[in-house]
Design a protein around this ligand. Structure first.
Ligand code: UGA
Ligand code: MN
Length: 251
């Protein structure tokens, strides 16, 4: 089966640093197809160029988050869901370009997390939905499904424990065929904070059907890391002095 990695991404000073790091992790994974979806009105040259020289099989898409749903620079990052329209656009693309006979698994990999190649080995033979622990998330060292006799019986979580599937986006993968046989399953842009993952998974599986991976969910092979915003205070000063950075140089 091919692993389809779906990554929403948006323009910011460190975007290409994030995408370079992620793309070079993905290079270590055989039989993979990267679906990169920009949160923008147009596909940008900065991302197109990075993809073209990445050596990965990829599809470059874009869809802009509606203005009313978009975070402002001053907003705390948790105020609105992020990457929703972009992940749904990738689902739309897969349904249009892949057919029920195609074997695959879909993983929603944000551009700022840290991924071990091991997590890709774990997800490849997903029947319906595979799950595993995620490090550094939910105010804990890790969140994880609790497993008994090879079945998920609950979750190690502390935040909004009433979530139907208290699993971060990085903690599950879905078989392509399950997505194709549920053509209306998608992420709900209006889902309450923390319920985005549940909004998709609830349409696809029950708790009893989840397939625990990573040694019965005892290994952390993906981390919900976040990148510090770069400080670019000196840019304005140089600009005023007529010695500004060359805008043609991609950073
Ligand atoms: C957590 C989860 O890990 C995300 O998967 C989930 O989308 C998010 O919460 C949520 O509640 O919406 P967090 O680290 O807070 O993640 O989210 P970000 O990393 O800031 O964004 C998730 C993805 O969306 C990233 O790949 C990012 O590049 C993309 N994004 C972010 C956009 O496409 N547009 C934006 O305006 C912001
Ligand atoms: Mn993130």
């Amino acid at each position: 089966p091919i692993i389809y990695v779906v990554t929403p991404t948006f323009a910011r000073p460190h975007q290409r640093a994030e995408l370079t790091r992620l793309s070079q992790t993905l290079l270590l994974v055989p039989s993979l197809h990267w679906i990169l979806v920009e949160d923008s009105a147009e596909r940008t040259a900065a991302v197109a160029e990075l993809l073209a020289q990445s050596d990965l099989p990829y599809t470059h898409l874009n869809v802009q988050t509606p203005l009313a749903m978009k975070l402002k620079d001053s907003d705390p990052n948790w105020l609105k869901p992020r990457g929703v329209e972009q992940r749904n656009e990738a689902l739309r693309w897969l349904r249009e370009h892949r057919s029920p006979g195609d074997r695959g698994v879909v993983y929603f990999a944000d551009d700022d997390n840290t991924y071990s190649v091991k997590i890709f080995q774990e997800m490849r033979y997903t029947q319906k939905v595979s799950v595993w622990p995620v490090g550094l998330v939910g105010g804990l060292r890790y969140e994880a499904p609790l497993v008994d006799n090879g079945k998920v019986i609950g979750f190690h979580t502390a935040w909004k424990t009433h979530r139907p599937f208290p699993i971060d986006m990085a903690g599950f993968a879905v078989s392509l065929s399950l997505l194709l046989t549920h053509p209306n399953a998608r992420f709900d842009p209006d889902a309450e904070r923390g319920f985005l993952e549940s909004s998709l998974l609830g349409q696809l599986v029950t708790l009893r059907e989840l397939e625990p991976r990573a040694d019965n969910c005892t290994k952390v092979w993906v981390w919900h890391t976040r990148t510090e915003k770069p400080k670019l205070k000196q840019e304005d000063m140089l600009e005023k002095q007529g010695r500004g950075s060359n805008p043609k140089i991609f950073v």
